[in-house]
Design a protein around this ligand. Sequence first.
Ligand SMILES: NC(=O)C1=CN([C@@H]2O[C@H](COP(=O)(O)OP(=O)(O)OC[C@H]3O[C@@H](n4cnc5c(N)ncnc54)[C@H](O)[C@@H]3O)[C@@H](O)[C@H]2O)[C@@H](O)CC1
Ligand SMILES: [K+]
Length: 514
Amino acid sequence: MKLFSAEQIYAADKFTIAKQNITSDELMERSAVQIFNWMHLRMQGAPVKIHLFCGIGNNGGDGIALARHLQEHGYNIAVYVVNYSTKRSKDFLINLDRLKDRKIWPNFMDSDGEFPEIGADDIIVDAIFGIGLNRPPAKWVGKLIDHFHASKAFILSVDIPSGLYMNQVPEQKDAVVRANFVLSFQTPKLVFFLPETGIYIDQWEVLDIGLDMEFLTAEETDYELIGKSEVLPMYVPRTKFSHKGTHGHVLLVGGSYGKIGAVTLASVAALKIGSGLVTSYVPACGYTILQTALPEAMVLTDGETAITSIDYTIKPSAIGIGMGMGTETQTIQAFATFLKSNSLPLVIDADGLNMLASNMELCSFLSKQTVLTPHEGELERLVGKWEDDFDKLAKVKALSKKFDCIVVIKGAHTITVYHDKGFVNTTGNPGMATAGCGDVLSGIITGLIAQGYESLKAAIFGVFLHGKSADLQIESKGYQALLASDVVEGLGTAYLDLFKLPEKPPQQEAESQE
Ligand SMILES: NC(=O)C1=CN([C@@H]2O[C@H](COP(=O)(O)OP(=O)(O)OC[C@H]3O[C@@H](n4cnc5c(N)ncnc54)[C@H](O)[C@@H]3O)[C@@H](O)[C@H]2O)[C@@H](O)CC1
Ligand SMILES: [K+]
């Protein structure tokens, strides 16, 4: 699913209005009806008090139009106009008149007025600011937002939590609505998924307001949200006459004394994701461990407790390097020599990234589209400190372009960046914040590349499957008990889940039984 910028959404609005020969207030009406239907379906006329706080732009217009529908269906509403400026939008005014025609008089709030009482069991509809916010809200509006939070009422935000920008992190962290639910028009917003701005959203859902599909399909976006429908076309099925040689040979280089587990986890993940052969290249202290833990892998060794040179005669199809490798001087030398001569597809993780960060000149030797899989700490060593999430993304894009590499920024929503484009993952859960999960991911991505997936697809698909496996596993294991090896274990079901059809809605089943 594409993640559009504010400018693209405004352009889509304009295009839709012209092509469908409708007025902009008709589009607003559609949006309001969609929100109303969503609420009505869940509330079924419940007499809960609904406080609608509406700004004076089009987000406010949505709120005012929604108020009319709620009132027509007998809901218990109170409407407030948050007068943060004098520039009321045309469609806001049209809807305000329609509301007045129905004898509903909103409370007009400004910097001097008192805030209304809101009960903990009430509902707040937040329609103050939408995607048009372009400067910090006035102080009193920030206080109103505080008042929302203090009430403990359920907050439903229209389109985007008020106070969040589309393309930057808010300056005033407390002048942003913390939404329990966001109903986002047509497309979710990038800020829902970034660590500094995603914290303002518990749950979100997209409402289709019928923006022109032709326009949306043709429009290129900087970011894409990756779910099942995006990865399914990437899947390469096995053919009947395939053999283990068909599915690639992974070489994993890593491990040091006390950290052989890292390369073991990556190796088993590479096998489980489907690579035909796996060779683990470890220091001698890892030999028995690997041969015992993973009889399916082949093992090459060098050095006693750390790798001192990387030398092999096998012909791998993809190489993963760095897991538990340590950063001893000889290991760094071996790593540098290896990078200078290697032209095979490559995945670099953990200590490999640390060695790269302290010797950035080595980046120019990366084979094309090398995949780097840093967590935040490793990333900071690679690109330097960032000011905020947007600055971080800009720095990563610059790194990706400079060295033609793919950067997988690991986090709650892992983002895979290649040149100017980011792919935001939707699978995974907090149970994955556990030792070894990163090693598993690097094994998965290397294993997919070895099977013939292009490096970028391998990274996007690998991140998805890794998270999906963990999501399926916590159903029986819970968050705390999830281990990296459970994530490896679940990879088979993660693959199978790709082909599971959504369950039929219960209503349909009841009908077909009659
Ligand atoms: N295609 C869509 O997605 C549609 C969007 N609609 C709604 O329209 C919204 C966007 O409407 P607008 O462009 O009017 O923007 P907003 O409703 O976000 O209003 C902000 C307005 O106030 C001004 N402003 C920005 N920051 C301010 C600040 N801190 N203090 C005072 N004034 C400030 C801006 O110039 C802007 O005109 C969307 O979020 C959505 O709710 C719907 O009505 C129709 C269809
Ligand atoms: K809003």
